[in-house]
Design a binder for this molecule. Structure first.
Ligand SMILES: NC(=O)C1=CN([C@@H]2O[C@H](COP(=O)(O)OP(=O)(O)OC[C@H]3O[C@@H](n4cnc5c(N)ncnc54)[C@H](O)[C@@H]3O)[C@@H](O)[C@H]2O)C=CC1
Ligand SMILES: CC(=O)C(=O)O
Length: 319
């Protein structure tokens, strides 16, 4: 394990700073550099965090910096971008955020950065693909937060409904971090018992599962309607992913990873469970999906590929 764990964050908005604050509270990095288009904001955020750090269990070196600081960083996290309004989906952000992620990634790479890139900017599956294409880093080293936040929401909600700790709920949200996501319930377990068998023994109707997932899929919209944006959930999601890499955990997390045919699709970034360690995506966990689940994954990939071809690529090629 490296002695000095260095993270650079690009985008010091609500998502970026929720993540940064969680690092300071948990004290699980050594060095943190903040970059934003709005340099004054990055400086103000760094000052505020430095003051918070006086009460933290570990002292972290923090500053507002610039892209030259990415050289030698273990991980650069991209949270720069616009957010959706309550009448928009994440996919409506595609054109604006493609331009932002392209520009940010070019500047990161110009520094000589050679670590792991983690992307949260929405629509995250497409923006991770943009970061990979522009950076030309190996695909295992460019990771999107994917459906990790959705999976946390699923485990939370199932935990509430079934009165079992979320730590003992093993269920994954697959596909786009968006409306085409789904849960392969055939692989959802409470402890080692399948969730369908748990429902059967408790005499709970299976319809409960899709009701729970509807809430999970709509959770982002529900929060945006009430408070304009979501940030604590994704802040801790980013922290979890970063720790898995920094500590070479080989933990299974549902991230946006480049598809290489494991689930019948090649070429697009989409959310699947994967083993995450120091080298990024070590291996995608290949689950045997039921035919209907497999179809939903293919539909999700086809949707993303269509937007990539019709919208993202023309933006990338226009520069
Ligand atoms: N993947 C996920 O699960 C989630 C993703 N998000 C996404 O995260 C992104 C950020 O959201 P918030 O932090 O709430 O937005 P925000 O508006 O609070 O912050 C965005 C920041 O990006 C900066 N920025 C914009 N263009 C930039 C550029 N070219 N270079 C450097 N910095 C730039 C802005 O100055 C601002 O500080 C959005 O795209 C949002 O949809 C939000 C929640 C969950
Ligand atoms: C905004 C967003 O992507 C979420 O909270 O799921």
């Amino acid at each position: 394990m490296k002695n000095n764990k260095k993270i650079v964050l690009v985008g010091t908005g609500l998502v970026g700073m929720s993540f940064a604050y969680s690092l300071v509270v948990q004290g699980n990095v050594d060095e943190l550099v903040l970059i934003d288009l709005n340099k004054e904001k990055a400086i103000g955020e760094a000052m505020d965090l430095q003051h918070a750090g006086c009460f933290a269990k570990k002292q972290i070196r923090m500053k507002a910096g610039d892209y030259a600081d990415c050289k030698g960083a273990d991980i650069v996290v991209i949270t720069a971008g616009i957010i959706q309004r309550s009448d928009q989906t994440r996919l409506d952000l595609t054109v604006d955020n493609t331009k932002i992620v392209q520009s940010v990634t070019e500047q990161i790479m110009a520094s000589g950065f050679d670590g792991i890139l983690i992307v949260a900017t929405n629509p995250v599956d497409l923006m991770t693909a943009v970061a990979q294409k522009v950076s030309n880093l190996p695909t295992n080293r460019v990771i999107g937060t994917g459906t990790l936040l959705d999976t946390a929401r699923l485990r939370f909600r199932l935990s509430e409904c079934l009165q079992v700790s979320p730590y003992n709920i093993h269920a994954y949200v697959f596909g786009e971090h968006g409306d085409s996501s789904f849960v392969p319930w055939s692989h959802a377990c409470i402890g080692s018992k399948t969730i369908r068998n748990v429902l059967k023994s408790r005499k709970i109707d299976e319809d409960m599962l899709e009701e729970v997932f509807d809430e999970v899929r709509n959770a982002g919209y529900e929060i945006v309607n009430r408070k304009k944006s979501t940030y604590y959930g994704i802040g801790m999601t980013l922290n979890r992913l970063v720790q898995a890499v920094l500590n070479d955990e080989n933990s299974i997390l549902t991230v946006s990873a480049k598809q290489n045919g494991e689930y019948g699709y090649t070429g697009i970034y989409n959310g699947v469970p994967a083993i995450i360690g120091a080298k990024g995506v070590i291996e995608k966990l290949e689950l045997e999906l039921e035919p209907a689940e497999q179809q939903r994954f293919l539909d999700s990939c086809r949707l993303l590929e269509k937007i990539w071809t019709e919208t993202v690529n023309p933006v990338l090629e226009s520069r």
